[in-house]
Design a protein around this ligand. Sequence first.
Ligand code: XMP
Length: 503
Amino acid sequence: MERIVVVNFGGQYSQLIARKVRECGVYAEVLPCSASREKVSGEGLAGIVLTGGSDVASEFPRWLLELGVPVLGIDYGMQVMAIAKGGSVQRGEPCEFAHSEITYSPHPLFAGMTGEPVWMNNSVRVAKLPNGFAAIAATGQNPAAAIANDETKLYAVQFHPEVHHTKEGKKLFSNFLFTICGCTGGWSPAKLADELIAAVREQVGDAPVISALSGGVDSSVASVIVHKAIGDRLKCIFVDHGLLRHNEAREVLAFYRDNLGMDVRFVDASERFLTKLIGVTDPERKRKIIGEEFIRVFEEEARKLGGADYLVQGTIYPDIIESGSVSGGAVVKSHHNVGGLPKNVDFKGLVEPLKYLFKDEVRELGLALGIPEHLVWRQPFPGPGLAVRVVGEITREKLEIVRLSDHIFRSEIAAAGLDRSIWQYFTVHTGVRSVGVKNDARTYDSVVALRAVHTTDAMTVEVAELPYSLLRRVSSRIIAEVPGCNRVVYDITTKPPGTIEWE
Ligand code: XMP
């Protein structure tokens, strides 16, 4: 199988690059800059991408440029390549990223690219070109925004083709892969199934394993992979933390048992979670409390099942990035299956087969594993559940308002035939009360927000432009049918700067 290796010198871009390559239909994996020559140059190596910048290698492994396959250096990767090949680099402080106008020379790396602004690190530039290299792109500030040596097949760009707000980036990767590396493509996430199953077998050996099922696509796909790897040595646990949507516990449980043939134990822990959350208003504290309580419940259930060494979690890559677990990344939210984990977890380890995949890849993999479409296409639901959709203190009354309004919103979206085309849609209890009038009497009730977004991987989102007639119907139904709610607003914030969930 043809393979691209993304060599990571730190920073948070490596998995995004690997993902862009995989999107083009070529398998890509990320290896650290300390990886051995054997590991990098193994079977099927078709090309290398150098990226990163926070783990500056004491000595750049020059052999990376001498394996006989094309190399693409990105930003820091460009700097190390230029220096290793006899050029020089001028660095300014602080690091300055900006959208920059760019002009490309005619070169196969840029075929079909019209020159949309690129996301550029303007604090660094190649001051002296290495021998045999030519500058092949320029910005106003930087005459060597990209360089190439066509003979040795070494290429480098100072900008970031992998970031989301550069639309032409994917074209650059596909030029690199198909024209320069000679890849043939055709890879898809479905092809990962066997490899992931084998990796789980190797990780857990004969040990007993339990899985945290949430009803969402991530934990379901992760559990099906583990189930295929070790069969009924996997026990699944589905916890109702009291923060699920309308009728969710019943529906999800029936689904797992009837469709996936897995051994699922149901635990109603709602009292316990809601009690712990009394008086808690800070979003991060809520997340930590829920994350910790989850683990405790699992540990207890595992003991009842005779003990388990490993816990399966449906962590996917965006969860890791946003919890600040990627070196150099900032903490946006502690996703409960990553940052919310307490330090003293009573398991030998976590099994997270999806941790380098993005949501759309997980869906494709799920279908390949035979998981029914309606589960694979279920909209994502966060681990902390409605806790992150009730702003401020969580009360049963507020939860009921979210549940009923969300149920109305979801059924109207489905009735309008939009449930597949909108990535995520839900209601939020804003924590705000407003004055209204009903049957000639003053009301002072809760404000509910509607949220509906389009995205491919939850890292950046656009707001869904719902038909006004649909919004009006949803709003009047919520106000008429949900006690305690007298106003509905529509959240039209993109991500960034907003996030999808309100907390
Ligand atoms: P945000 O709000 O960070 O959400 O833009 C991105 C996506 O992740 C989901 N989300 C979570 N999923 N545990 C999860 O499993 C969490 O703690 C969590 N927080 C947010 C969110 O619903 C959206 O799809």
